[in-house]
Design a protein around this ligand. Sequence first.
Ligand SMILES: [Zn+2]
Length: 258
Amino acid sequence: MIRSIGIALLMVVCTGAQQSVGPIPRQTILAELVAANRILANEGVMDSYGHVSMRDPGNPGSFFLSRDIPPGNVSAADILQYDLDGNAIAAGNASSYSERFIHSEIYRARPDVMAVVHAHSQEVIPFAATGIPLQPLFHMAAFLGVGIPVFDPRDAGSSGDLSVRSPAMGKSLAATLGAKPGLLMRGHGMVLVGPSLHVAVARSYYMNANAQLQVQSAQLGGTSKVHYLDADETMKASPVDNYERAWAWWKQRAEKGK
Ligand SMILES: [Zn+2]
């Protein structure tokens, strides 16, 4: 039963936001999002900050996102539903993440995106700071080969706090993202998107891993000697299971607290 729900959910989130979907219990969607929060915290992609959301497959004009708490503490009761203006539906007294407009404006601009991750990953900060592009070093991060743009809050009219706290800033970030799988935020962190929640989470994990490997490779051999995946490898090397094995393993680890 659980396996069939998982497969159905995977099929739904991979079909795209515009498509009508069959009934998926709300509690199943919330459980997936709780698992994503716990995984990202447990695997060190997020610390006490950062957030992950999932578009509502049955109502593509809305998405699910936790209230303003650390991702490692998120439970189903903490998850709110938002419209694409970033307004929480029936939030009560719960406070929202100030950067929820990252999510709302990406969902508005990208009908193909079913999940969004925003993290303050220290591993990627040097790349946006120096302008050295992230490039794929191994097959698990082949998606980086299409190029990862850098969003500079100053260019979007930031007053200097480096955060995306308005729909206008969110629109600017979504425009920088374009059709890419993710971007770097100078002086802040990163955003990854995906056609499913599992893929968005995995891209976050493996972008961090690739950033670490790229720094190590440069230290070993100098940037001119590093062999990155070429264009052909970038197209062919993505995991055939869309990271499903990784998701199952990370979820098991998170549930065991290790
Ligand atoms: Zn942030």
